[in-house]
Design a protein around this ligand. Structure first.
Ligand SMILES: NC(=O)c1ccc[n+]([C@@H]2O[C@H](COP(=O)([O-])OP(=O)(O)OC[C@H]3O[C@@H](n4cnc5c(N)ncnc54)[C@H](OP(=O)(O)O)[C@@H]3O)[C@@H](O)[C@H]2O)c1
Length: 319
């Protein structure tokens, strides 16, 4: 089976590429910048030039491909790209996939998308789910919540840099996941026929409220966090204010994403069935405590190395 991964340079996409190569799949990555994607080539993937905002570049990338794993999304710093990448680009991708007779199309959506049609990113995710189902291309949709990787920026770095952490006053628990585990589910779905034409809500084995994550980071960093609570209604107002301006659409979306995550999910009851279907034992999954522990150990080692290098440099100066 030959795979085309779109978004291979991204947080989730790179884990998919790595695991797919390890499992012996032939992996092609559609990338828009070969230099940025060179690490994927070093791992053994084939790189082809493609850009979802340039429809003519898409069909050639699909030649000889059996399954597409689309882990792309518009970058937050690229204003106005949401419509071009996540909607228009992906519609072209679906059309090209029909022509290329793609046998499986894996798409990553977000939880509760149908409830948030007022949020552009959620509206296009919902729209894409519908278009994919209508396309007759065999599909698997994974609705995701938050990634562990995003929590570093949200919690760990502000604590280490003594900056405020912004949290809402809602105490909703969220089942974050490591992207390595999401990649595992994604690739496993290619081997399980029952996952064809199905939508899954992927959730981790433990739910976390923000105060627990903050406590964990405080213990590991040995530093107190500066926590700023912002009521959800203020967040909604800010989000609406930014939403008035086209340039603010991305900011508005990202703020509103916090609201989606605080809404809770309606699929939790089916989690154990999901693990059974994918033959994945929840105890195999990477736990947030271990993820953070590894991050802090690596960071503290790096800081020690930098200090050592500085001392060595100073010694050399003295000599
Ligand atoms: N992050 C979350 O918490 C979260 C939650 C729910 C769902 N999801 C979904 O999960 C998927 C993966 O998210 P992520 O956070 O891993 O994404 P990410 O790190 O932001 O990576 C985005 C990827 O899309 C590529 N891309 C952007 N514009 C492109 C274009 N015009 N043509 C081709 N490729 C383009 C980027 O390539 P460059 O490197 O060239 O920019 C990059 O590889 C997405 O579908 C996202 O919506 C994420």
């Amino acid at each position: 089976m030959s795979l085309l991964v779109i978004g291979g340079t991204g947080t989730l996409g790179r884990q998919i590429v790595l695991q797919a190569l390890t499992k012996g799949y032939q992996v092609r990555c559609l990338v828009r910048n070969f230099r940025k994607a060179s690490f994927l080539k070093e791992w053994g993937a084939e790189l082809v030039y493609g850009d979802l905002t340039k429809p003519e570049t898409i069909p050639p990338c699909l030649k000889g491909i059996t399954a597409i794993i689309d882990a792309s999304t518009s970058r937050a710093n690229e204003l106005e790209s949401l419509k071009k990448v996540d909607w228009e680009g992906k519609l072209c991708l679906i059309e090209a996939s029909k022509v290329a007779n793609i046998q499986r199309f894996i798409f990553f959506s977000a939880q509760n998308v149908e409830e948030f049609n007022n949020i552009p990113l959620m509206k296009v995710k919902n729209g894409m789910e519908i278009k994919l189902k209508e396309s007759n291309i065999p599909y698997t949709i994974f609705r995701l919540s938050g990634f562990y990787q995003g929590l570093i920026e949200q919690y760990a770095i502000p604590i280490l840099e003594n900056l405020p952490i912004w949290v809402t006053n809602e105490n909703t628990d969220i089942s974050y996941m490591d992207t390595q585990d999401i990649a595992k589910f994604c690739l496993r779905s290619l081997q399980i026929t029952q996952t064809k034409n199905q939508t899954f809500f992927l959730s981790g084995s433990k739910n976390w409220v923000s105060s627990e994550i903050i406590n964990l980071c405080e213990q590991l960093a040995g530093q107190r966090a500066k926590v700023q609570r912002v009521p959800l209604f203020i967040l909604k107002l800010v989000s609406r204010f930014f939403g008035f301006f086209e340039w603010g659409q991305n900011i508005s979306d990202r703020l509103a994403f916090a609201e989606i995550l605080t809404t809770g999910n309606t699929f939790s009851n089916s989690t154990s069935d999901l693990y059974k279907m994918f033959k994945i034992d929840p105890s195999e999954l990477i736990q947030l405590d271990d993820y953070f522990l590894e991050y802090f150990i690596r960071l503290l080692k790096r800081l020690r190395d930098i200090n050592f290098e500085d001392v060595q440099k100073q010694k050399n100066l003295v000599i």
